[in-house]
Design a protein around this ligand. Structure first.
Ligand code: GRG
Length: 301
């Protein structure tokens, strides 16, 4: 079936998610191609192929469909953002970082393998992301722009920079503005890059479209983190697939600790409204992006 079929609005959200999760997992299955060091490869596959909601990949596809159609570069972009995401989770769980033994309902990568293997698997997945994006040169100029966006979003000016602020903030009081700034880097930057990459993979989008998508992505990126903080206090460990209450145990400032539970929920809902409003320029073609905005604040893990 052609991917374009999923641009129409009468496809259920569940169907859209199932279909495109399978699509990105087909791309990621390339990681199983035998390498020389099998322990490294096993650790990469363990942390990438099994589990995860694939929110970032779904954002890539939904954004591509919003401005055009899914093409092979869209699949490559979806796999690339999932590789960066998987690497960030592996490193985030390490003893030197958040020191979490459980991820996606299973032992964390460094528990299942070794710390050294987990570090290397994360490193290799990061490089693999850029291999996915640059593997063909059919749209070289657009691909270079996409590589640049992903590198910025995942590096010191994005996700890794946010993680550094996070580590430095343990046992410190942060203002709401500082907390937002930290999560804009740590969590929202990769979410924003996913939306941008999806649009760029699909078509020569104009700046007005990219500006609207940026407003959407900034808002859902922060809403995603607020929901994560809410789940840290409301969900149970079994459903979350990771240790519930981990932020409180480490005395980390969160949206819930700063605002309270109900105001945090209200803030997430307000951000979702802002995101959906930014999609109005697409006149009904952004249906999957709208559904993902709902999902991000309604999810229970
Ligand atoms: C040490 C070089 C070096 C880099 C570290 C660890 C790190 C870079 C960045 C951390 C980024 C991070 C873990 C952000 C948290 C974002 C977050 C809420 C992750 C959970 O995402 P989900 O719920 O996970 O989408 P699933 O399992 O569904 O894929």
């Amino acid at each position: 079936m052609s991917s374009d079929v999923y641009a129409v609005s009468n496809i259920s959200f569940e169907h859209f998610c199932d279909y495109y999760r399978r699509q990105v997992e087909d791309q990621l299955a390339q990681l199983e191609t035998p390498l020389t060091f099998s322990d490294l490869q096993e650790a990469m596959c363990y942390s990438t192929l099994h589990g995860g909601k694939r929110v970032r990949a779904l954002l890539v596809y939904a954004s591509a469909l919003c401005v055009g159609k899914v093409v092979s570069l869209t699949h490559q972009a979806a796999a690339a953002v999932e590789c960066i995401h998987a690497y960030s989770l592996i490193h985030d769980d390490l003893p030197a970082m958040d020191d979490d033994d459980m991820r996606r309902g299973k032992p964390s990568c460094h528990i299942q393998f070794s710390e050294a293997s987990a570090i290397l698997a994360g490193d290799a997945l990061q490089a693999r992301a850029f291999e996915y994006l640059s593997g063909t040169t059919i749209h070289a100029e657009r691909q270079l722009r996409m590589v640049h966006i992903l590198a910025q979003a995942s590096g010191a000016a994005g996700m890794v920079g946010g993680q550094a602020v996070d580590l430095a903030s343990v046992n410190h009081t942060l203002s709401l503005q500082q907390l937002q700034r930290m999560h804009t880097l740590k969590t929202a930057a990769l979410i924003k890059a996913s939306v941008q990459l999806g649009a760029l993979s699909s078509a020569n989008v104009d700046q007005k479209m990219l500006d609207s998508l940026a407003v959407y992505a900034d808002a859902i990126g922060l809403a995603f983190q607020i929901q994560d903080d809410i789940l840290d206090v409301t969900a149970n460990t079994m459903i979350l697939g990771k240790q519930q209450g981990a932020d409180a145990a480490q005395n980390k400032p969160t949206f819930v600790s700063l605002l309270g539970l109900e105001p945090a929920k209200n803030e997430a809902a307000a951000l979702k409204e802002k995101a959906v409003t930014a999609l109005q320029v697409f006149e009904g073609r952004a249906v999957h992006l709208e559904q993902l905005a709902d999902y991000i604040i309604d999810r229970d893990y």
